[in-house]
Design a binder for this molecule. Structure first.
Ligand code: HEM
Length: 344
């Protein structure tokens, strides 16, 4: 079912669009467009969103719904947040990779001189990923064999038995093992290790995507070759079917996060000790969802709250989507507008 919501297309971009497109098998010639997200890379590689990785809000949401049979809600939330943090909501374009001339700066010196794209560190992109290095350590965009190999050790320990052999099906226990290891390893190795609320929420949702979105719709299993195809090749696996009925994608996030007790939003101090962040102000300290909402709006350029005309209509549209994420939370009486620094 297509989303009924849409942004106004306020401006067309007249630039040469003959840019290198994302290619099947992760062609490195398109590095600047490569995304830290295997889901978005797969959509681009198969043409569910533009192959050059520059997409509108509607293209991403409907592309994800079509390809993966995901419900609209979570996709709208993630895409709205990325559009505001890392794209250009005036022209309704965001790069799934890095900065691109096809996504111009925001009018009125709002935001970075060049919108960074969703792969820019510090939005949702952050530390302790499953298959990408921390930005401070190395390549935070491209698939890293060595990190995936470490993930597979957890599969070998905790995975279910399946058609490809013993311990070859990803399950909740495997994802808990992977996330515990990602967090411990990067906390020790990265002096700038940081896990703000937006990143902590995102990492458990992404782990859940592996089980609930990447799983073959006919068997409901996320097997070794299936997950390898999405992560390594960023393409649909052979004989893969999307979920038969719409999934939210985050079905297992709560269970996975509950399996990693003690992790709270925070960052390493100068001694390399992980210290909890101060809680957000009330009422946003009431739940993890509220803290994430507060943290996200605080990562978006404050200038977005002072726009006019169609630009303002687009910002309001996206801000409303973000507010819906706390509709049933204790902070649902206080709508926030972007209040973050211009460049982050
Ligand atoms: C059903 C759709 C989607 C799926 C299956 C999916 C899957 C994933 C997975 C598995 C990861 C973790 C990569 C890792 O830890 O190595 C990830 C990361 C990421 N995704 Fe997606 N995703 C989807 C939708 C989106 C959307 C709509 C956006 C933004 C418009 C997005 C942006 C990101 C970003 C920025 C990261 C990097 C986070 C990090 O590891 O630092 N994703 N995604």
């Amino acid at each position: 079912m297509p989303t009924t919501l849409s942004l106004r297309q306020v401006q067309t971009i007249s630039v040469d669009v003959r840019l290198p497109s994302l290619r099947i098998l992760n062609d490195r010639s398109s590095y600047f467009l490569s995304a830290a997200c295997p889901g978005m890379n797969t959509l681009a590689n198969h043409g569910y969103i533009p192959r050059n990785g520059i997409a509108s809000f509607e293209e991403i949401v409907t592309g994800a719904m079509e390809a993966f049979n995901v419900q609209s809600g979570l996709m709208e939330f993630i895409t709205a947040a990325n559009m505001m943090m890392r794209g250009n909501p005036f022209v309704n374009k965001v790069s799934i990779g890095g900065s691109s001339p096809l996504v111009p700066p925001l009018p009125g010196n709002i935001g970075s001189p060049h919108p960074g794209g969703i792969a820019l560190h510090g939005g949702f992109e952050g530390d302790a990923s499953m298959t990408r290095a921390d930005a401070f350590i190395g390549d935070n965009r491209d698939f890293q064999d060595i990190l995936y190999d470490l993930d597979l050790l957890q599969l070998g320990k905790f995975g279910d038995n399946g058609p490809n052999g013993n311990n070859t099906v990803f399950n909740v226990a495997t994802m808990i093992g992977i996330k515990q290891h990602n967090l411990a390893m990067d906390q020790a190795a990265n002096p700038q290790f940081a896990v703000p609320p937006r990143r902590l929420s995102a990492m458990f949702t992404e782990a859940s995507f592996v089980l609930n979105v990447f799983a073959n719709g006919t068997t409901k299993q996320a097997t070794l070759p299936i997950v390898g195809s999405f992560f390594r090749n960023q393409t649909f696996p052979q004989n893969w079917f999307r979920a038969a009925t719409p999934v939210s994608g985050s079905e297992s996030a709560g269970q996975i996060s509950a399996g990693v007790p003690g992790i709270v939003p925070g960052r390493n101090n100068e001694q390399g000790v992980y210290v909890a962040d101060p809680p957000p102000p009330a009422p946003f300290n009431a739940s993890m969802g509220c803290a994430t909402y507060w943290d996200l709006l605080g990562t978006m350029p404050a200038g977005l709250a002072n726009t006019t005309g169609l630009f303002k209509q687009n910002v309001d549209f996206l801000v409303n989507i973000l507010f819906q994420s706390v509709a049933t939370s204790p902070c649902n009486q206080t709508m926030l507008f972007p209040f973050g620094p211009n460049v982050n």
